[in-house]
Unconditional design. Structure first.
Length: 242
């Protein structure tokens, strides 16, 4: 592993292209793995007291995908069992990554709400009471929209810190807090490639949902693989051997 490298704007397309390379080696298995993961998370969301488990286990499954991509990069096959390989590689640290990410997300929402009520010059209970009693939909929608937009803006640094943390912990054994710092640094140095990447992903998403959403069966695993491609290009100096 090297210090996070600054890549060119075209790297955003390179990540998607490399992600598709990993996917096409074993597309059926990748699709099945994504479906299994979605079923697991959907099931957890309906179980009382376990609905937060998804936030804690998210990095573990992400790490499984990253480890699977690493196998493909090294010339091996991706298997359905790779989805669960994160449970065998620094699982405790990965769960801690999920916990810290959850706490940071909650903190951002609380801060956004606090800023909103401070700007409106009232306390939280008064604001909630006003929203409930107001007959004007705009009186409810505008403050809520402002809070959502503010929270989204504040969540960007959190997402940057989390983006590569599971891969750094699982593949390189980087300590949890260090993984957040390195992930944030890697994203910060590559804002332009990520901007390009986000535009391309948006266009691909629109194209994927046109055929009754069936394109998502391909796009979702490709994007997961592209995350590994971004990680690999930013944090290693190796070259993909196709």
């Amino acid at each position: 592993m090297v210090e996070p490298q600054k890549l060119g704007a075209g790297s955003g397309w390179s990540w998607i292209k490399e992600g598709f390379y990993y996917f096409k080696q074993n597309p059926v298995t990748w699709i099945l793995a994504c479906i299994v993961m979605l079923i697991i998370f959907a099931g957890l969301s309906f179980i009382p007291l376990l609905n937060l488990a998804g936030s804690l286990l998210g990095p573990v499954f992400t790490a499984g995908f990253m480890l699977g991509c690493q196998k493909v990069y090294q010339g091996d096959d991706f298997t359905l069992g790779d989805l669960f390989s994160g449970f065998q590689t620094n699982a405790g640290a990965l769960v801690l990554v999920g916990l810290i990410n959850l706490l940071m997300t909650i903190a951002v929402i609380v801060v956004a709400f606090g800023i909103l009520i401070a700007a409106m010059g009232m306390d939280g209970m008064a604001l909630l009471g006003q929203l409930r009693s107001s007959p004007d939909p705009a009186a409810i929608l505008v403050p809520m929209l402002l809070m959502v937009l503010l929270a989204m803006a504040l969540l960007i640094p959190v997402m940057m810190a989390y983006m590569f943390a599971p891969a750094l912990v699982a593949i390189h054994g980087v300590p949890v807090m260090r993984s957040f710092a390195l992930s944030f640094k890697g994203c910060l140095r590559n804002m332009i490639p990520f901007f390009t990447y986000s535009i391309l992903v948006t266009l691909l998403f629109i194209a994927a949902v046109i055929p009754i959403g069936l394109g998502l069966l391909i796009l979702i695993p490709v994007l997961i693989c592209s995350l590994f491609a971004a990680y690999r290009q930013i944090y290693t100096d190796s070259v993909l051997a196709e």
